[in-house]
Design a protein around this ligand. Structure first.
Ligand code: AMP
Ligand code: GLY
Length: 433
């Protein structure tokens, strides 16, 4: 298989990282990204060295929710493989539409993606399949939900059932906060239809782990474990964001944890196959390492952002070949090898994010990064010759090193070159506490 045309659906840092990795896969001829960003556009370079991209990439002006146009584009351009980035597209059945048109696509069907698109579905599925998770209740009725919070009399987390761009999860300190959260989700409908059902969980404590794996519907191949830094400020202060940086591997992950995660992921794959909705794509478990052992907080049905920006640079095999093997149910035949060492990704965000922020600000210093450092674009767009900001998370600087400390040093050194007005970032990404 050679000279493949690949389409990536999405326009964030995750999609730039996927485009970068696929453009380094020997089988790939060209990468299209819909809609992409200012970073997902580069010429082919036949003499690329290992860390550089060989295949070219270009943006396609189609939004991720325009399934009809995406299928049409894939047919016209004879796309050989489509990779879906965001959960919204999966939940609305983009994979089903591609499959119905006879197109090769990497990602779960709408039915299998319920694991992420409905928290109530995911919780019930976990209980049915003996997957350790926080105790919970699911409610459609406000009074019943309030009574549940009063009865358990412990700190809880209140979650809107459906997708809400990471905002529908409210971690509460006491009953009063929990009732306020229920009111926001169920009465004021701050998250719209996502809040018709609410999940209330016991609040757990511990370090978090992002466990991503490739799956072909039969087996899984775990990627190196990562950790995301969700709060805006250093030392995990301030409001939650989409993720301010990530690193891999985790110094606190031992063989026991890896075995636990593999077991959990396999139970998911087997459980969904048994329901008649086999799962092919990236299966991503968000775990918490609690004093009572690891527990699953949630499943995501896609590559994580910003985890992908630190995981794909560690891949020592062709991403295209792995994804194609998944679509052909032969992942177990595929070597999935990883580099030694570590990788860290530091997000550069707009001033004011995750609240209100300005866009359209010029970005300086986007020069060719050194080997082992790559600048992934997220919220950027091209305005003539100038790259400008167009979102909350603007760039992610990923650096590989022989150790985590080495990778950190490279990322933060390169970060000095890049500048835009109001730029903010965390200084403690990859610090292990
Ligand atoms: P989720 O989208 O369910 O992973 O929730 C987003 C974030 O909320 C997680 O990464 C945790 O930081 C936090 N969270 C979710 N569920 C719990 C829980 N049961 N206990 C404590 N924190 C939680
Ligand atoms: N890093 C969190 C997510 O991708 O959902």
């Amino acid at each position: 298989m050679n000279n493949l045309n690949v389409l990536i659906v999405g326009g964030g840092g995750r999609e730039h990282a996927l485009a970068w990795s696929l453009a380094r896969s020997p089988e790939v001829g060209h990468v299209f990204v819909a809609p992409g960003n200012a970073g997902t556009n580069w010429p082919a370079n036949p003499s690329a060295t290992d860390w550089q991209t060989r295949a070219g990439a270009s943006c396609v002006p189609i939004e991720t929710d325009d399934i009809h146009a995406l299928v049409g584009f894939a047919q016209e351009q004879a796309i050989d493989l489509t990779v879906i980035g965001p959960e919204g597209a999966l939940a609305s059945g983009v994979v089903d539409a591609f499959q119905a048109a006879g197109l090769r696509v990497f990602g779960p069907t709408q039915a299998a993606a319920q694991l992420e698109s409905s928290k109530a579905f995911a919780k019930l599925f976990m209980i049915e399949n003996d997957i350790p998770t926080a105790a919970y209740g699911a409610f459609e009725d406000f009074d019943a939900a309030r009574q549940f919070v009063r009865d358990i009399d412990k700190p809880v987390v209140v979650k809107a059932d459906g997708l809400s761009a990471g905002k529908g999860v409210i971690v509460c300190d006491d009953g009063e906060q929990a009732e306020a959260a229920l009111r926001r989700i169920m009465v004021k409908r701050e998250f719209g239809e996502s809040g018709v059902v609410v999940v209330i969980e016991e609040r757990l404590t511990g370090r978090e782990v992002s466990a991503l794996a490739f799956s072909d519907g039969l087996s899984v191949a775990l990627m190196p474990l990562a950790r995301d830094h969700k709060r805006i400020f250093d030392q995990d202060c301030g409001p939650n964001t989409g993720g301010m940086g990530a690193f891999t591997p985790l110094p606190d992950a031992d063989e026991g944890l890896h075995a636990f995660i593999n077991e959990v992921l396999q139970r998911v794959i087997d459980g969904l196959a048994k329901r008649g909705t086999p799962y092919m794509g990236v299966l991503y478990a968000g775990l918490m390492l609690t004093p009572n052992g690891p527990k699953v907080l949630e499943f995501n049905c896609r590559f994580g952002d910003p985890e992908t920006q630190c995981i794909v640079p560690m891949l020592n095999d062709s991403l295209a070949r792995i994804l194609i093997a998944c679509t052909e149910s032969r992942l177990d035949e595929m070597p999935v090898r990883w580099h030694d060492g570590a990788c860290i990704s530091v997000v550069l965000a707009s001033g004011g994010y995750p609240g209100r922020y300005r866009i359209g600000l010029p970005i300086d210093g986007l020069t060719q990064a050194a080997d082992d450092v790559v600048v992934f674009h997220a919220g950027t767009s091209q305005l003539g010759e100038q790259v400008v900001t167009s979102g909350g998370r603007v760039l992610a600087i990923s650096a590989k090193g022989s150790t985590l400390a080495d990778a950190r040093q490279r990322a933060y050194e390169h970060l000095e070159c890049v500048q835009f007005s109001g730029m903010q970032f965390r200084r403690d990404i990859g610090e292990f506490r």
